[in-house]
Design a protein around this ligand. Structure first.
Ligand SMILES: Cc1cc2nc3c(=O)[nH]c(=O)nc-3n(C[C@H](O)[C@H](O)[C@H](O)COP(=O)(O)OP(=O)(O)OC[C@H]3O[C@@H](n4cnc5c(N)ncnc54)[C@H](O)[C@@H]3O)c2cc1C
Length: 275
């Protein structure tokens, strides 16, 4: 069975009563069916009123759960979102970007989800709705807990990703390393948001790295060390990468990943400082 509710109340009721498999773009769900996973009921959340909207109030930029990567690329967003837009342009090809959604990316919770590092660098929060317990908001780093694991409860939907305001002059950049330029799973990726002072030194910086641990990580110790430095003086030491635990796999060894990330961080900080 396949349902496509148009409002949130109705969707939460269906979810509670018949526990369907939630889909948005289906670009993670449908390929996973190949490995024998086939639910008897699907609920498509992509038409729920407000789910595709990208809007801004005094508090947050609100990215509706079913905003696609193309919606994000085309939205008028502050420069702090440039890394997210650059990541959006690297998610699969145009067809995938037209269908795949931001909530689908974070709920699928792949260590290689390209949306997660830019969202962590934006201090993103996740808005969750349930018929019984109402709405709760969690920081993204508390929402994803492991490889393909989140704290989403069976009766909950992600309704939006919320981004608190960043300084207007904060720049941002995303670096993705794959075995080719496009249509590729990330070997490593890094997002950086940087605010420079009048003297050209780093006043504030947020750095997040993906594909190097079960869950993408912010590098808080590195962020502290970079404050007061110029972007050209960025030196990444081994201890800064301590939160990472990259695996060896067909795409690269852990050692290669750590070496790549050191270079990516420097490039991302330079890119984010270039505005
Ligand atoms: C050819 C191809 C290339 C790809 N390339 C990339 C890439 O380069 N980088 C990358 O990061 N990803 C890539 N992906 C993966 C995928 O496209 C993205 O993760 C996309 O953002 C998933 O969004 P979706 O809407 O299609 O998710 P879906 O497949 O619809 O759903 C994914 C998961 O999220 C859940 N879900 C969706 N919406 C909600 C909601 N509102 N509330 C609760 N649960 C929800 C679903 O139940 C499911 O568990 C690729 C996929 C394909 C097929």
């Amino acid at each position: 069975m396949y349902s496509q509710p148009l409002d949130l109340e109705e969707a939460l009721l269906v979810l509670k009563n018949s526990n369907p498999k939630v889909i948005a773009g289906g670009t993670d769900v449908y390929p996973s069916l190949k490995s024998g996973f086939c639910p008897s009921e699907f609920m498509d959340v992509s038409r729920i009123c407000g789910f595709k909207e990208i809007s801004q109030d005094e508090q947050d930029v609100r990215l509706g759960a079913a905003a696609t990567w193309s919606d994000i690329v085309n939205a008028d967003l502050p420069a702090a979102f440039d890394a997210l837009k650059q990541a959006a342009r690297k998610v699969g090809g145009i067809q995938i970007q037209n269908a795949g959604t931001i909530a689908g990316n974070i709920c699928n919770a792949s260590p290689a989800a390209d949306g997660v590092p830019p969202l962590l660098a934006l201090d993103a929060k996740v808005e969750l709705c349930s018929q019984d317990t109402g709405t709760r908001v969690l920081p993204l780093n508390e929402f994803i807990t492991g490889v393909r694991q989140t704290v989403l409860k069976p009766d909950e939907l992600v309704s939006a990703v919320l981004i608190p305001p960043s300084p207007i002059s904060m720049g941002s950049a995303f670096e993705k390393l794959g075995s080719r330029r496009y249509l590729v799973i990330s070997i490593t990726m890094t997002a950086a948001n940087v605010l420079l002072g009048q003297d050209g030194r780093i006043e504030d910086v947020r750095i997040a790295v993906g594909s190097c641990s079960a869950v993408s990580q912010r590098l808080y110790a590195l962020e502290e060390d970079l404050k007061g430095k110029t972007p050209q003086d960025v030196v990444v030491k081994a201890e800064h990468l301590a939160p990472l635990s990259p695996i060896d796999d067909v795409r690269g060894s852990g050692t290669y990943r750590l070496a790549a990330v050191q270079e990516q961080i420097q490039r991302a900080v330079m890119g984010a400082s270039r505005r």
